[in-house]
Write a protein of this length. Structure first.
Length: 131
């Protein structure tokens, strides 16, 4: 038996929105081990419209993954990011952002990991065509 439970809240304000969510996944044993894998994840995202053409998003999440009954696998991680988007007209947008990821492994399985990512994007899209 595998199952997933999710819950979320979202609130819209005049120029922003806030979203909070939580999920739990349980995966039944299969194959080589009799371990049940449990994953918990919480996330938060805040989106803000700064002007008619400029917006930003601030988000973060925290996860814990572990196995039962022996806890061979126990991994905790977080991811935090900020990004912005500028849309000077209807068919062109420019974006930039930064993201940070960190993972800690407890127990005999898993690796510690840290990562930073900076991104820049340009999107050009044709307006809707009518026939």
């Amino acid at each position: 038996y595998d199952w997933t439970a999710q819950a979320g809240l979202s609130k819209r304000f005049h120029m922003s929105s806030l979203t909070l969510s939580y999920s739990r996944d349980v995966t039944a044993p299969s194959g080589l081990t009799d371990e049940i894998n449990i994953s918990d994840r919480g996330s938060l995202a805040w989106s803000q419209t700064l002007s008619r053409t400029l917006s930003m998003v601030l988000s973060g999440s925290y996860s814990e993954n572990h196995s039962e009954p022996t806890s061979l696998l126990r991994i905790k991680s977080y991811d935090a990011s900020i990004s912005t988007d500028w849309r000077p007209n209807s068919w062109l947008s420019f974006g930039a952002g930064y993201s940070r990821f960190q993972q800690w492994a407890e127990g005999p399985l898993g690796n510690d990991s840290t990562g930073d990512r900076v991104f820049v994007n340009v999107t050009a899209a044709a307006d809707g065509w009518r026939f």
